[in-house]
Ligand binder design. Structure first.
Ligand code: F6P
Length: 492
């Protein structure tokens, strides 16, 4: 945390994202505060807590100003206020056009190779512009007369914001971090507004992705579409006398050191027995998956691998149960509604085929879980499956590793995640290859304790060395150096 504060060097931090870190929902007279299921929130929350900045986000709850003092600007976390949350309220049409429409029916499937066709509607594009402008207005207001603001814009919801902001606040240091993959130039070219999106992004001084491969795809895309100088040696783009560096910063979680955590006094075995009792099932081996119910996450492929395991290794029938924690997500989008039904049907089909007595192969917990609840499942499970068809990073993989202070448990990880480039001691799978994934589950269940501990120790070391403070420190450090270089070469 000190490392990040040093990098900021007295400058104030402004973070922008669509998702807010705390949602206030009113039920009768009570206001519930929840943390949404979002890797982005998990990653950024500790940074804001350490740096006391301002987080500007879309207000998604339904509590109103009269019930509680939360309307536009409030101090959070609720129990230990450390930074300011500025909320931007959107009307139903704005939210549908900008978030559900352009961001999630257009850009999301455009950037993920999951074979869902993107939908581009002109009206969504117009709302996307309008909402980006709304955020720019709020940021200008928040930044006020701040002399050296550092602005970290998050994700594909705000491709136009860097340019909008730099035009109004040329002295601000602006970075945008793209949390999802960037496709190849040919795939990206199907977007009718590709030029505008690239132009908006190139307003930033620094553009970050999780991997070098996504940086390369971005540089190629700019090379194909715009008149710009693309420097492949130092990874920057110069256009209209402005330079944007394009660099990888693999995001991470908060694992700091192997310090004693009282919750870990409960052994994996004890945690397992209590959970099984609560769930009312009997099983000897447990697997876990934690995802938003999103078609990019490879949830159906994972279930089919469990089915294949039970076919290939009948000894695991009556013994191995896979618990899928599936947070409902983006429920106003048809593809997500359909996918939710597909997942439920698949669980029912596989369970009907194998279940007996108090054992069943798959438990589907289709609701939001708190961070603490999820930790219990991580600690109880013999293995965790992350089988995304395509994923920028995937923080569940790193959270599982962070939770296993006991150096037990095996991670099964899709090669199509950014995390697979770092966590070489996971069992790496191609989720489209169901039989091999089933073999990976068998390998995990049969792995001896010393190999398991060696692998987990190395993965924990890697996550500790490259934790979320390292991510933010590198991003902010780079952003500062980009500006200094620009000043020297007189490029504004
Ligand atoms: O990391 C990609 C991302 O879209 C984040 O921006 C977001 O917080 C998370 O996945 C969850 O998606 P949503 O905010 O749409 O629920």
């Amino acid at each position: 945390a000190d490392h990040v504060r040093n990098k900021l060097n007295g400058s104030s931090l402004f973070v922008v994202s669509n998702r807010e870190p705390y949602t206030h929902t009113r039920q009768d007279k009570r206001v519930n505060v929840t943390v949404p299921a979002s890797g982005l929130v998990t990653a950024l929350e500790p940074i804001l807590r350490a740096c006391h900045g301002t987080w500007v986000a879309h207000g998604s709850g339904n509590a109103d100003a009269e019930t509680v003092d939360i309307h536009d600007r409030l101090k959070v976390p609720p129990d230990d206020p450390r930074y300011t949350l500025r909320r931007i309220w959107l009307g139903r049409e704005e939210e549908d056009g900008y978030y559900n429409g352009f961001a999630n029916e257009g850009l999301w499937p455009l950037c993920h190779i999951a074979h869902t066709r993107p939908i581009f509607r002109t009206s969504d594009w117009e709302y996307y512009n309008k909402v980006n402008k709304k955020f720019a207005d709020a940021l200008v207001e928040e930044i006020g007369s701040e002399e050296h603001p550092t602005v970290l814009i998050q994700d594909y919801h705000f491709a136009l914001l860097p340019r909008m902001l730099k035009e109004r606040l040329p002295h601000a240091r602006v970075a945008i971090f793209w949390h999802i993959p960037w496709p190849n130039a040919e795939s990206f070219s199907i977007c009718p507004w590709q030029r505008e999106l690239l132009d908006g992004l190139l307003g930033a001084d620094l553009i970050g992705f999780h991997t070098q491969a996504h940086c390369n795809n971005f540089l190629h895309t700019v090379d194909h579409v715009l008149e710009a100088k693309v420097d492949w040696e130092h990874f920057f783009i110069e256009r209209n006398q402005h330079r944007s560096s394009v660099l990888p910063f693999p995001i991470s979680v908060e694992l700091v050191e192997d310090r004693f955590d009282a919750r870990n006094e409960i052994s994996a075995e004890e945690e397992r027995s209590t959970l099984l009792l609560e769930l009312g099932i009997e099983a000897t081996f447990l697997g876990v998956g934690v995802d938003r119910v999103d078609y990019t996450k490879g949830i159906l492929e994972r279930f089919r691998a469990v089915e294949s395991l039970l076919e290939r290794y009948p000894k695991y029938q009556g013994k191995f149960t896979f618990i899928q924690i599936g947070a409902p997500t983006r429920s106003r989008i048809k593809r997500y509604v359909d996918f939710q039904v597909e997942v439920k049907n698949e669980v029912e089909r596989i369970n009907a085929r194998f279940k007996r007595g108090k054992w069943k192969p798959i438990v589907f917990q289709n609701r939001e879980h708190t961070h603490q609840e999820v930790q219990r499942y991580y600690r109880a499970a013999h293995l965790c499956m992350v089988t995304s068809l395509h994923d920028g990073m995937n923080l569940v993989a790193k959270e599982y590793v962070a939770a296993r202070q006991d150096e037990r448990g095996v991670l099964i990880l899709s090669r199509f995640t950014g995390a697979a480039r770092e966590l070489h001691d996971a069992i790496i799978v191609n989720p489209y290859d169901v039989e091999s994934t089933a073999e990976a589950i068998a390998q995990a269940l049969e792995m001896n304790v010393s190999e398991m501990a060696d692998r987990m120790r190395r993965m924990r070391r890697s996550v500790m060395e490259h934790n979320i403070y390292w991510w933010a420190g590198s991003l902010i450090g780079q952003l500062c150096s980009v500006r200094l270089r620009q000043n020297r070469t007189n490029i504004s």
